[in-house]
Design a binder for this molecule. Structure first.
Ligand code: NAD
Ligand code: LMR
Length: 337
């Protein structure tokens, strides 16, 4: 009896599948790392014409892996075909900033990508579609896509801050000299940018408050800077932006969203961070795609409410949210939403 063929395949659309993060993600997805070892997947690789050869080559390698869970691979440069019936849409491909490009140029170039992709998701994706935007500027790209799919519940549009979250956990564990599994309750607030706020106010290390386990001035100084600028640090050291860690974070985001964040050994719900559409929680204006402390159960992200926010945290959250508002206003002025 083959349990792998008993379940209907889930359709996962990857945009930018000919690029680096797409390449790092697709083999793990096909191996079952994202949706589980009993869940067949069908991959849709969506590219632009220049990226089609890269996607085709990757698809050849997927075939050469003979993954039992991989029910099929389609490659297209048509967003309509790419999102038709998609259950999971991972929007990785975007327009990177190049020399001489102003912020407005970048937002406009990405608006031209994420507007039509959002519309195609609205028109043809499955009723249970879940969208994760990885391509930068991720939060505002997610907002643009969401605004072009008015018939899809806004809660289905999210952006990736799990990489920032994982960086924050890893750096805290290293500083405290504990295993990452002993760190809990870290939150990334705001934008996936240098203004993000990695917050240890409610974090614990081996069961005790993180702010007692590490130097509090480090936690609210160098640590924040290090996490927020880790992307730039990787670029400097590696000579290219993060790839495998970004793919890993996107896979963990979808895995937790679909399968749930679960509870720790002591029965306390496990928290993580994700950028989701605000309903006004913690004073973040309604409609912005901002990172929050979240849990997932029953297939939905839920913002963890009721955490105390001190003056320092309020200021840091406010600064990142102000940047999100400025990005939203800029894309509005450009007529992109
Ligand atoms: P890459 O340049 O290697 O690949 C991007 C791919 O996207 C290319 O193959 C390109 O052809 C394709 N593409 C461009 N426009 C497209 C469109 N309209 N439809 C479909 N495909 C399209 O880049 P990468 O290293 O894979 O990074 C992808 C994005 O992820 C970048 O924007 C990067 O800044 C971002 N990123 C985000 C995070 C995060 O934590 N949110 C982390 C790392 C990287
Ligand atoms: C990252 O966080 O690694 C990416 O968003 C790359 C970048 O430009 O910072």
């Amino acid at each position: 009896h083959d349990t792998n063929t008993a379940k209907a395949p889930v359709t996962v659309t990857l945009t930018g599948a000919g690029g680096q993060i797409g390449y790092a993600a697709m083999f793990r997805i096909a191996a079952g790392d994202m949706l589980g070892a009993n869940q067949p997947v069908r991959l849709r690789l969506l590219e632009i014409p220049q990226g089609m050869r890269g996607a085709e080559g990757a698809a050849m390698e997927l075939a050469d892996c003979a993954f039992p869970l991989l029910a099929g691979v389609d490659i297209t440069d048509d967003p309509g075909a790419g999102f038709e019936g998609a259950n999971i849409a991972m929007l990785i491909g975007s327009r990177p900033r190049t020399a001489g490009m102003e912020r407005g140029d970048l937002l406009a170039a990405n608006g031209a990508i994420f507007g039509p992709q959002g519309a195609a998701i609205g028109a043809g994706a499955a009723d249970d579609v879940r969208v994760i935007v990885v391509g930068n500027p991720a939060n505002t790209n997610a907002l643009i896509a969401q605004q072009h799919a008015p018939d899809v519940p806004a809660s289905r549009f999210t952006a990736l801050t799990r990489l920032d979250h994982n960086r924050a956990v890893g750096l805290l564990a290293a500083e405290a000299g504990v295993a990452v599994s002993e760190v809990d309750g870290v939150t990334i607030w705001g934008n996936h940018s240098a203004t993000q706020y990695p917050d240890l106010s409610h974090a614990t290390v081996a069961g005790r408050p993180a702010l007692d386990a590490v130097d509090a001035s480090w936690a609210r100084g160098a640590y924040i800077e290090r996490v927020a600028k880790r992307g730039a640090e990787i670029i400097e050291v590696r000579g290219g932006s993060s790839v495998a860690s970004a793919a890993n974070a996107a896979i963990e985001h979808v895995r937790d969203w679909v399968l749930g964040t679960g509870t720790a050994a002591d029965g306390v719900p496990r928290r993580t961070s994700a950028a989701v559409v605000s309903h006004g929680e913690y004073g973040v204006p309604e409609g912005l795609v901002s990172s929050f402390p979240v849990v997932s159960h029953g297939g939905d992200w839920e913002i963890v409410e009721g955490l105390s926010v001190d003056v320092f945290s309020r200021e840091r959250i406010g600064a990142s949210v102000a940047e999100l508002e400025a990005e939203r206003d800029a894309v509005r002025e450009l007529g992109l939403i």
